[in-house]
Write a protein that binds this ligand. Structure first.
Ligand code: SAH
Length: 225
C-alpha cells in the first residue's frame, strides 16, 4: 500500500527571521504605511550589518553602535525617512551617511539606483562589502563629504540624510529633481527635527516631521567637526 502523502512542510523560521517579522509588525503599528518600505525591511537581514556580539538586539527598536563611534539608525527612523521619500522602482536616490549600509540596502530594494556617501573610509569599505555579499549591485558607496552632494548623477528623486545638521545643506537642495524630496534631520548636536524639503516647479516647500536624534553630519555645509 502507498504511504499517505503529507502536505509539503515549510521549513521553520529561524530566530532572526521571526524577530525581523515582529519588527515589521511593530513598524506597522507605529504608523508606517508604505508597503514597499515594510517589504524591504522584512527582507533585509539587519543583523548582518551589526557586530556579532550585538546581533541578538538587531531587531529591537533602537540605534546600536557600529565601528568608528557611529550608530546604525533605529528601525523606526529608517522606515520613517524612507517612507517620506515616496520612492518608486524607477527612482535614483542619494544617501548621505551610509554607516553600516543598512539604510542603503533598504533603499536599494525599493529604488532603481542608489548612490551613497560615507565620510569615514573604513565604514564606506565595510558597508560596500556587506551590500555586495547580499548581491545588492544597484547601490554604490563612495567615501567623501556628502554635504556637497554627488553632482555627477543629479538630479535625484530622493535624497536621504542619515546624520544631523545645523542647517539644510544648500547643494543637496540644488541636486533635487522637481517633485523630489530631501529628508534631513536639522537642529542641535543633541536633538533635531526631521525636515522634508520638496522641490516644486517654482521653489521649495518645507515640512517638519517631528523630533529625532542622529549623530553629527560633519562637512563643508554642516558641522565643522
Ligand atoms: N544609515 C546609517 C547611519 C549611520 S550614522 C546606518 O543606519 O548605519 C551616520 C553616518 O553619517 C556616520 O557613519 C557618519 O560617519 C556619516 N557622516 C557624517 N557626516 C558625513 C558627511 N558629511 N558625508 C558623508 N557621511 C557622513
Amino acid at each position: 500500500m502507498m504511504p499517505p502523502t503529507l502536505p509539503p512542510s515549510k521549513p521553520p523560521l529561524d530566530a532572526y527571521t521571526r524577530a525581523r517579522l515582529a519588527m515589521v509588525e511593530r513598524l506597522r503599528k507605529a504608523g508606517i504605511r508604505d508597503e514597499r518600505v515594510l517589504t524591504a525591511m522584512s527582507e533585509i537581514p539587519r543583523h548582518l550589518f551589526i557586530t556579532e556580539a550585538l546581533r541578538s538586539r538587531a531587531y529591537d527598536d533602537h540605534a546600536l553602535p557600529i565601528a568608528c563611534d557611529q550608530t546604525i539608525s533605529q528601525p523606526l527612523i529608517v522606515a520613517k525617512e524612507t517612507e517620506l521619500l515616496e520612492l518608486t522602482a524607477d527612482d535614483r536616490v542619494l544617501e548621505i551617511g551610509a554607516g553600516s549600509g543598512y539604510q542603503t540596502a533598504v533603499l536599494a530594494k525599493i529604488a532603481r539606483r542608489v548612490f551613497a556617501i560615507e565620510r569615514i573610509a573604513q565604514l564606506a569599505r565595510e558597508s560596500a562589502a556587506t551590500l555586495s555579499s547580499m548581491k545588492l549591485f544597484n547601490a554604490t558607496i563612495k567615501c567623501f563629504d556628502g554635504t556637497i552632494g554627488w553632482s555627477e548623477f543629479a538630479p535625484y528623486r530622493g535624497i536621504l540624510v542619515a546624520a544631523g545638521s545645523p542647517e539644510i545643506p544648500q547643494p543637496l537642495m540644488n541636486q533635487l529633481d522637481i517633485g523630489g524630496h530631501l529628508v534631513v534631520p536639522v537642529g542641535t548636536e543633541k536633538e533635531q527635527q526631521l525636515m522634508r524639503v520638496t522641490r516644486t516647479k517654482t521653489g521649495f516647500k518645507t515640512e517638519d516631521h517631528g523630533r529625532c536624534q542622529f549623530v553629527k553630519l560633519i562637512g563643508k555645509y554642516a558641522w565643522e567637526k
